[in-house]
Design a protein around this ligand. Sequence first.
Ligand SMILES: O=C(O)CCC(=O)C(=O)O
Ligand SMILES: [Fe+2]
Length: 191
Amino acid sequence: MKRARQGAHVTYCQGAFPQPSSLFQTVQDEVSWEHKEVTVMGRRVMQPRMVAYMADDTSMQYTYSHTTLSPHAWTPGVAAIKETVEQIADHKFNSCLLNLYRTGSDHLSWHSDNEALYGDEPVIGSVSLGAARSFMLRRNSDHKDKRHFLVGAGDVLVMSGTTQQHWMHSVPKRARVAEARINLTFRNILP
Ligand SMILES: O=C(O)CCC(=O)C(=O)O
Ligand SMILES: [Fe+2]
């Protein structure tokens, strides 16, 4: 039986993938990346990164910031990564949001993945490939309370428990980073 754990949990597994540069190449090449328009404070703007979405159920669209992503079937490389992340997280996933940060100017603003379709305490398994970038967490009730992870190629970060309820996360701009980074966040959509 699984031990019941209360609170917000982040597990950081460095170097979980031993061949991250070939995985980066595989995922970059096999995924159909999209550059989407989103609504930010009432304005339509281009998202500062490229995205893709995969899921077991390809009929289920994913909508956020008034943008709809149609799910693609699992590509071989992403399917293999999913199996490893499921073992690390001890959790099954049926969908994945992928982000391609082309350079350090691409970024992701503060948010939490608290959509109802993932349930109250989602387990989210996040894989980093390519350039190392900062992954920041900040407590909702005290924005000065922050955690920083330098997520590099082959690292896995698992967020669980009440992390999405009490914390936000972001990937800030890094002017000096010239290389691309790929992130895959595996999630489980509840039936
Ligand atoms: O790129 C990352 O490390 C985070 C991605 C993320 O938070 C998301 O897609 O919701
Ligand atoms: Fe997120």
